[in-house]
Design a protein around this ligand. Structure first.
Ligand SMILES: [Ca+2]
Ligand SMILES: [Ca+2]
Length: 274
């Protein structure tokens, strides 16, 4: 019963809906060792049918990039900036123009009807959920099922491709994200979707949970993600005081973290009504 309520909550967290289950899977916002301008982005089709990207738009900050081409079922799609040598040993699916600011921005994926079906870095005040400009490491989504949130992204630590000068890239362009291999299941529940006063959030992390700490983030309506608790045990509860947030839609993200970033998590949508 508990598991069922969790699944529903997780699906409900796709507040941006999903028409094709295409997600922004990886963002090479820091560029590469060869050039900080050599940015790249990877999309993933999490569905069992091909998706024709004609009419789709990837929004990077204020810039709109029209997409074209087809992503096969469970397939990846690589966008390289300016030319195909950005990732020198992997063929791009689409070449685009325009920069991704190192200081952070929001990426949105819009389907032909204009619906926002996914995002990356939404609700972040400054910088990025993950990635590293010093090592030119990408920001990998740890699971396509996990909605965009601070628990959904991790800095890439492995190499699967070469940049324009033949240097290894910390990232996995057009390859499955290595971060997916370290996901620890966590079940999260709240009493209901309407939240008032103090609300108990409970969670259970499965598997090898040594050296993991739970972090909880809250994204109020029209606001930004805030870390509200950290250093919590793998199984536990937390009393969230909702009265400090405005009434309206709210997302609560909870996940186990190791020293390098999130290892999984859940994003629950609710509505604050005090
Ligand atoms: Ca290439
Ligand atoms: Ca990848």
């Amino acid at each position: 019963m508990r598991a069922l309520s969790i699944v529903i909550a997780a699906l409900g967290a796709f507040h941006v809906a999903s028409s094709g289950q295409v997600v922004i899977n990886e963002v090479g916002w820091a560029g590469t060792v060869a050039s900080g301008y050599d940015e790249w982005i990877e999309l993933y089709n999490a569905s069992d049918v091909p998706v024709d990207l004609a009419g789709w738009i990837l929004v990077i900050g204020e810039r709109e990039i029209p997409l074209s081409g087809t992503i096969p079922p469970r397939g990846l799609f690589l966008l390289e900036r300016t030319d195909d040598t950005t990732i020198s040993d992997v063929a791009a699916d689409l070449i685009y123009k325009g920069s991704i600011p190192n200081g952070g921005t929001v990426l949105l994926l819009r389907d032909p009807e204009g619906a926002v079906v996914d995002s990356a870095n939404l609700g972040i005040v400054e910088g990025w959920c993950a990635g590293d400009v010093g090592r030119r490491a990408s920001m990998e989504r740890i699971s396509p099922e996990l909605p965009d949130a601070p628990v959904a992204w991790r800095t890439a630590t492995e190499t699967r491709a070469l940049d324009a000068e033949g240097n290894p890239i910390l990232g996995t362009p057009r390859e499955e994200n290595t971060a997916r291999g370290i996901v620890v299941p966590v079940a999260v529940s709240i009493p209901g979707a309407i939240l008032a006063g103090t609300v108990e959030i409970s969670w259970e992390t499965e598997g090898n949970v040594e050296a993991l700490q739970i972090k909880i983030f809250v994204l109020p309506a029209g606001g930004t993600w805030t870390l509200v608790a950290e250093g919590l045990p793998p199984v536990g509860t937390y009393e969230l005081d909702t009265t400090s947030y405005p009434n309206g839609a709210v997302l609560i993200a909870l996940g186990p973290f190791d020293e390098l970033g999130p290892r999984g998590g859940a994003v629950i949508s609710g509505e604050i009504a005090n």
